[in-house]
Design a protein around this ligand. Structure first.
Ligand code: X8Z
Ligand code: ZN
Length: 620
């Protein structure tokens, strides 16, 4: 060996030794679970995000189609398929979320950081990575949702389907009959299912698995994970929702007091005692969440609008398709493109007689492009006319942001998605109904209190319900409420926030939260509370843009393409920017605020305070 090659060989050996030493040092330094953090780069994050965007678009379209078929045709086999797809979706989502955590500490540009966060929060109900957990979670989920959806209830020997029972809560006026329907509906979550369990047991097990999944992803529990979607510290978000509730609570309290007094006149002291919370089955709705159906019982005598929207729709021969077309025409009047032909071919707009379906209304975006659809067991009435607009709002929002990168295709926050169609429905004024040929004569200002009362029974009555659904879940997920007190805590919150009580004592074994679609389906609910506030902010901003001068409840933005253009600009943003920026883009303010609700209902508030002046309000 020459001297040069000898020196070269020594150098080479030295280099190998140095490299081994460095690898050793790195391994020692990184030998705990934080391992790979130091090794990933921004470039890796870019590649990772690109891969997830591509793969999740592909997988989610497949899963959407499986779930669409299952919810339109509930059988043993479609449940089997949905369980399989659900488990796969959870496994993939959790795997991606865990991978995403590795990039959190890097200095990423805002877009990339938002996408990493979106991947982390991408699974609605996570399972831990432990073998079998995702499958068990999917089994529980499919079993709970199909238990909720299928079956009929025996009413005096007649089998009645659930969608008809919901409708009956709005039309029946006999207190005993209402109590029977209400109670039988709530027998379902405590009945033993095919797997030999009850919904309550399934729910408690689901909570265990989901909490373990959320903890693995770095959240205190599933509730903290859901709150994190609002781009705030979870505790701050809770404070924020309480602040909003504080703004509108005085209005709710006056409404509750007036409704109780009127129901007392109708049903008497025994059924509606004036010093007690209201009986939950007398409010025209299976969950006492919106009370529009009992307008006739609480209407202000001297302020009759002179028409009933349900009667107008029925009288004009509307059916589900015509209701949908009317909603579509509203969006068209703002400048939005008409719905694709496939919407009409592929949607399910009425309840099929020959098979089990999930009747709870939903809007779908199957391919994240333009395969948008609605699934709804539509009835021809005022409530469903509004729901049609609500669902269409989801579809138009989905379509507006479909050119964003895949991870930005979503609502600015959950509340935005729920508020879009509702904001449009606030424009269903008498003037608008006249414009579309449903109403002959627009009532004058003397009908304002009546019109506002109709609206308050829907919107103001909803607020505490919208809030307490997740207050209950937050307590369940945090472990503050255990299965033994699930039902008692539910009624504590119902009493505290809504001032309502069950028609008869409930046993601790009951699982009344399970009688509401969003609990077995794990759809978070604060979104609807937030939407109930936001829609009035949107409506006010839209009316200002349209140059409206009169009271807010008489304003309709029908036909205003100028509002449509600005509205679309907000919708197109999807989740690409923090939600306060989206809010500001449309309303000029970056804060959620209940003051638009207060302004909208101000004349009714004054009237209610007068009516309640000599009544003893409250229920504690
Ligand atoms: O679930 C819905 C929509 C589908 S996102 C029909 N809503 C909540 C409910 O029904 O409880 C709309 C209002 C609140
Ligand atoms: Zn919705």
């Amino acid at each position: 060996m020459s001297e040069i090659s000898q020196r070269y060989e020594i150098l080479r050996l030295f280099k190998i030794l140095l490299a081994s030493f460095l690898i050793f040092v790195l391994n020692v330094a990184c030998s705990d679970s934080e391992t790979t953090n130091t090794q990933v780069t921004v470039a890796d994050a870019v590649v990772f995000v690109e891969r997830v965007e591509k793969d999740s678009a592909e997988f989610n379209e497949y899963a959407n189609r499986v779930f669409w078929v299952q919810e339109n045709f509930i059988t043993y086999d479609t449940n089997w398929l949905a369980t399989k797809a659900g488990a796969e979706a959870t496994e993939l989502g959790v795997q991606w979320a865990n991978e995403a955590k590795r990039f959190e500490t890097l200095d990423l540009n805002p877009n990339l950081a938002r996408k990493i966060e979106a991947i982390k929060l991408g699974v609605n109900v996570p399972a831990p990575e432990k073998e079998g957990a995702a499958l068990e979670l999917a089994e529980l989920s499919v079993r709970m949702t199909s238990t909720y959806a299928v079956g009929k209830i025996d009413l005096g020997g007649v089998k009645v389907n659930r969608s008809d029972l919901e409708e009956m809560m709005g039309t029946v006026r006999d207190a005993e009959r209402l109590q029977e329907i209400w109670t039988k509906w709530r027998d379902i979550p405590v009945a033993t299912n095919d797997a030999g369990t009850t919904m309550k047991q399934d729910y408690a097990r689901m909570v265990e698995i989901a909490n373990a999944g959320a903890e693995e992803l770095g959240y205190a529990d599933l509730g903290a994970m859901w709150k994190s979607r609002y781009e705030m510290d979870p505790a701050d978000f809770e404070t924020e929702t309480d602040r909003l509730w504080g703004q509108v609570k005085p209005l709710y309290d006056e409404l509750q007091c007036h409704v109780r007094a009127k129901l007392n006149q109708n049903y008497g002291d025994e059924i509606v005692p004036l010093d007690q919370p209201l009986r939950a089955d007398l409010l025209g709705n299976m969950w006492a969440q919106s009370w529009g159906n009992i307008y006739d019982l609480v209407a202000p005598e001297a302020s009759d609008p002179g028409f009933d929207l349900t009667e107008l729709l029925v009288g004009a021969g509307y059916d589900a398709t015509k209701m949908m077309e009317t909603g579509e025409a509203f969006f068209s009047s703002l400048g939005f493109d008409v719905l694709p032909e496939t919407f009409w071919e592929r949607s399910l707009l009425t309840k099929p007689a020959d098979r089990e379906v999930v009747c709870h209304a939903s809007a779908w975006d199957l391919d994240f492009k333009d395969d948008i659809r609605i699934k709804m067991c539509t009835k021809v009435n005022a409530e469903d006319f509004r729901t049609v607009h609500h669902e269409l709002g989801h579809n138009y929002y989905d379509r507006a942001y479909n050119t964003q990168d895949f991870l930005f295709r979503g609502g600015a926050n959950g509340g935005f998605h729920e508020a879009i169609g509702d904001m449009i429905a606030l424009s269903i004024t008498p003037e608008y109904l006249k414009q579309i040929g449903l109403l002959e004569r627009v009532p004058d200002a003397s009908a304002d209190i009546g019109l506002l009362m109709q609206q308050a029974l829907e919107k103001v009555a909803f607020l505490p319900f919208g809030l307490l659904m997740d207050k209950w879940r937050w307590d369940v997920f945090s472990g503050a409420t255990k299965p033994e007190t699930y039902n008692d805590h539910w009624w504590e919150l119902r009493r505290k926030y809504q001032g309502i009580r069950p028609p008869a004592k409930r046993s601790a074994d009951s699982f009344d939260p399970g009688g509401k679609f969003h609990i077995p389906s794990n759809v978070s609910y604060t979104r609807y509370f937030v939407a109930a506030i936001l829609q009035f902010q949107f409506h006010k901003a839209a009316c200002d843009m349209a140059g409206w001068q009169g009271p807010l409840h008489r304003c309709s933005i029908y036909g205003s393409s100028q509002v449509g253009t600005r509205f679309n600009a907000m919708l197109e943003m999807g989740t690409s920017k923090p939600w306060p920026e989206a809010l500001e883009a449309f309303t000029g303010t970056a804060e959620m605020n209940g003051s638009a609700v207060v302004e909208y209902f101000a004349p009714l508030m004054a009237w209610l305070q007068e009516q309640n002046a000599n009544r003893s309000c409250g229920w504690e």
